[in-house]
Design a protein. Structure first.
Length: 82
């Protein structure tokens, strides 16, 4: 495989066709609850599940399973094991 890993450190006078002339958004958003809060500037009591970045597929929208999400079931489990 011939792959070049380049980082654009300084933009020149002209656009490079296919590289700097178009904006491509990131394909996936954050998966961890704290990273979603940081991205959208949410408070601790805000519902993170409403702000998950969803992506379109052929048949339906897909969203990742949120990791480190504090739920009532998790708190109950934590009390039980203490």
């Amino acid at each position: 495989l011939a792959v070049m890993h380049l980082v654009v450190s300084k933009k020149g006078e002209q656009e490079i066709p296919g590289l700097t002339d178009d904006q491509r958004p990131r394909r996936l958003g954050p998966k961890r609850a704290s990273h979603i809060r940081k991205l959208f500037g949410l408070e601790k009591q805000d519902d993170v599940r409403k702000f998950v970045v969803r992506r379109e597929t052929a048949k339906k929208k897909k969203a990742p399973k949120i990791q480190r999400l504090v739920t009532p079931a998790m708190l109950q489990r934590k009390r039980y094991y203490k």
